[in-house]
Design a protein around this ligand. Structure first.
Ligand SMILES: Cc1ncc(COP(=O)(O)O)c(C=O)c1O
Length: 331
């Protein structure tokens, strides 16, 4: 069982034969390039950005983009229930004209309240782990920009959406043929063993910011295929709840819980460990069962000094991919 959905050529075929049902989505290649696009958009009208303010629970791809812009990066703390302290962010941002990134981790969308003190900053909502309801174009009016990362929740090879209710986005929206890494990934569902995470040509050791374009297969699927948000979300919630009961009594700390009747569409089941032995044991358990459990996030080397030796270093994500029913896989 994989963390991210497996590409499905049947869906591509259906998409090719269907009529386009979305017209106004701004689609580019990936979440990190969406972030890069947004920073450029902000810089175009503001030549003095003081800092990029990130949570200390963040993957290296986002830090690499921030560093590429040669803007100072500061971090605020995330607690073990995935919350932040707005006073801490206000304090870091008191010089104004900063870019502040707020992450909706693992599909748990927060109603971010932007206080008066943060008004003269640019707020970006990172929805890389969130599946937006189809045609839901409402954005929290306090936020400047939001972006997603569609391949994390839908069976596509690339794709991220950028949206803003405050700023007019002007972006070239061409598409391209899938690259070698994406083609290889598209055949992954045929492979027997699926351990580890494939970066799908979105390698994090280098950032290729020259090509923003989404691949044509994914564009067709996102624009034409009618996914059922409620079915995807329901199966993901069932899988999430499966882990809650399967992992309880194992000295594993859960970060969030959900109810089967919630609206949330989780990206993964997050939990953390207080010792390395248990943490490594579960990683090995996943490998032996062909279930992709990942250590998250892969921190950037420059982020490490802001990571205390606590839960932040021992988070594992268990998969809730809706293409699988854990109740059938694990007995
Ligand atoms: C919170 C968060 N934001 C952004 C990204 C980057 O998204 P992408 O891989 O589509 O570039 C990731 C990737 O893992 C992420 O976890």
């Amino acid at each position: 069982m994989t963390l991210q959905p497996l590409f499905d050529y049947k869906i591509l075929l259906k998409a090719i034969l269907s009529k386009k049902n979305h017209t106004n989505k701004i689609l580019i290649k990936s979440g990190r390039l969406a972030f890069n696009y947004i920073i450029n958009d902000i810089k175009e009208n503001n030549n003095k950005i003081n800092k990029i303010i990130l949570p200390n629970l963040i993957c290296d791809e986002i830090v690499m983009i921030a560093e590429y812009h040669k803007i100072e990066v500061k971090y605020y703390n995330i607690d073990n229930e995935l919350n932040y302290d707005i006073n801490e962010i206000e304090d870091i941002a008191k010089d104004e004209n900063n870019i502040i990134v707020l992450v909706n981790y693992f599909g748990f969308v927060k109603d971010h309240i932007i206080t008066q003190k943060l008004k003269n900053n640019f707020i970006i909502e990172d929805n890389a782990h969130v599946l937006k309801k189809i045609n839901d174009d409402n954005q929290n009016p306090f936020l400047d920009y939001s972006f997603s990362s569609l391949r994390k929740l839908l069976p596509v090879l690339s794709g991220a959406e950028v949206y803003s209710s405050k700023h007019k986005l002007d972006i070239n929206q061409d598409s391209r043929f899938p690259d070698f890494g994406e083609m290889k990934y598209s055949l992954r569902s045929l492979k027997k063993s699926r351990i580890g995470v494939s970066k799908m040509g979105h390698s994090s050791n280098r950032i290729d910011i020259s090509n923003y374009n989404i691949d044509i297969f994914s564009k067709l699927i996102i624009n034409n295929y009618k996914f059922s948000y409620s079915q995807i979300a329901l199966q993901r919630r069932k899988n999430f709840i499966f882990w809650e009961s399967y992992l309880k009594d194992n000295e594993i700390n859960f970060m969030r819980s959900i109810n089967i009747n919630d609206e949330i569409c989780p990206y993964a089941f997050p939990c953390y460990f207080t010792n390395d032995e248990k943490y490594n044991k579960w990683l090995e358990w996943g490998k032996s069962r062909n279930i992709t459990i990942i250590a998250w996030p892969k921190y950037h080397k420059d982020t490490f000094k802001y990571i205390p030796d606590n839960f932040l270093r021992r988070i594992l994500l268990f998969p809730v991919n809706h293409q699988f029913d854990l109740n059938k896989i694990i007995s």
